[in-house]
Write a protein that binds this ligand. Structure first.
Ligand SMILES: NC(=O)C1=CN([C@@H]2O[C@H](COP(=O)(O)OP(=O)(O)OC[C@H]3O[C@@H](n4cnc5c(N)ncnc54)[C@H](OP(=O)(O)O)[C@@H]3O)[C@@H](O)[C@H]2O)C=CC1
Ligand SMILES: O=C(O)[C@@H]1CCC=N1
Length: 292
């Protein structure tokens, strides 16, 4: 992980942003940027492939500019200062090939696409645009995102700070070497789903054992929230905080022993590494399509 040299980033509120793809990740970032007053809705353009209803819904919810016709999409892409690639990996190669001739070297490309390497994106674009490869997560919606960021050689110092500022507005950022982006995907990109899954399991357990669904949900939610805040507020290691909950031969120890019996840590390692590996597989698939 590296950090950026200090300095003033170019002002985001003077730039035109274009989200190419209008799904959950694009919405999360837009909502985070607007809620934090980083820019005006009129400076944010967005487009999708065919779902006009979704585009109209986002335009009316956030006041952003939705492009519906092919002509509007072309103009939006041409006029943008920053273009966010926010389509699924399976759609990326075709979507990028379709628009590459419209793009100019002054435009900065911010990819959110899991697995797609900077080299693949450079070959798809066919010209040396500055590329910021990121791995954000959906908690950006509420300003609590965690985003890994890496840069192509063509990204200037000012553009690096700009990208960092953009994602810091919606949470925490970590500047990493590009190969680490897959690991970031395994930890924080997909990570929210792991904790939701844990919550689902705890709520199910609580209700099966007799709590009302509402009590099980509220107690689980407060517990995960409290645990995360405790790590942050005390600065203590999670392992030390865990020990403080775990009385010798008490109920927590009994629970942790059950987790160990099911090889909890091995399961987590397996899940994180499989996630990173799957991201690489998706990247290889985009690379294959890029060559077609
Ligand atoms: N969701 C997450 O938690 C995270 C996602 N990511 C990455 O973000 C990207 C987007 O994911 P997510 O938001 O979940 O995906 P969604 O499926 O929610 O949205 C994808 C969007 O891309 C649009 N799209 C697809 N093809 C084209 C095209 N040719 N031209 C224009 N728009 C197109 C779709 O439009 P239409 O509906 O009209 O087809 C849709 O609006 C992915 O690459 C993913 O890897 C990264 C981190 C976290
Ligand atoms: O599941 C996925 O492929 C994307 C990437 C990170 C989170 N969601």
């Amino acid at each position: 992980m590296t950090t950026l040299s200090s300095g003033v980033a170019p002002a985001i509120n003077t730039m035109r942003l274009c989200f190419y793809g209008a799904g959950s990740m694009a919405e999360a970032i837009v909502r985070g940027l607007l809620d934090r007053g980083l820019t005006e809705p009129g400076r944010i353009g967005m487009m999708n492939r065919q779902n006009a209803e979704r585009m109209n819904e986002l335009s009316s919810r956030y006041g952003i500019v939705g492009a519906l016709s092919e002509g509007e999409k072309e103009s939006m892409l041409r006029e943008a200062d920053i273009i966010f690639l926010a389509m699924k990996p399976k759609d990326a190669a075709e979507a990028i090939k379709r628009v590459r001739d419209l793009l100019r070297p002054e435009q900065m490309i911010v990819s959110l696409i899991a697995g797609m390497t900077i080299a693949t994106l450079e070959s798809l674009l066919g010209k040396p645009l500055p590329i910021v490869r990121t791995m954000p997560n959906t908690s950006s919606t509420i300003g609590l995102g965690a985003t890994g960021i890496s840069f192509s050689a063509a990204v200037s110092e000012g553009q690096r700070r700009l990208a960092d500022t953009l994602f810091q507005a919606v949470g925490l950022t970590a500047i990493v070497e590009e190969p680490m982006i897959e690991v970031v995907t395994g930890i924080s990109g997909s990570g929210p789903a792991y904790f939701y899954y844990m919550m689902e399991a705890m709520i199910d357990a609580g209700t099966k054992l007799g709590l009302s669904a509402e009590a099980a949900r509220e107690l689980t939610l407060q517990t995960i929230l409290g645990a995360a805040h405790m790590v942050k507020a005390t600065g203590e290691d999670p392992a030390d905080l865990r020990r403080k909950v775990t009385s010798p031969n008490g109920s927590t120890q009994a629970a942790i022993e059950k987790f160990d019996e099911f090889r909890f840590k091995e399961a987590v390692f397996g899940a994180v590494s499989r996630c990173a590996e799957r991201a690489m597989e998706m990247g290889a698939e985009i690379e294959r399509k890029a060559k077609e």
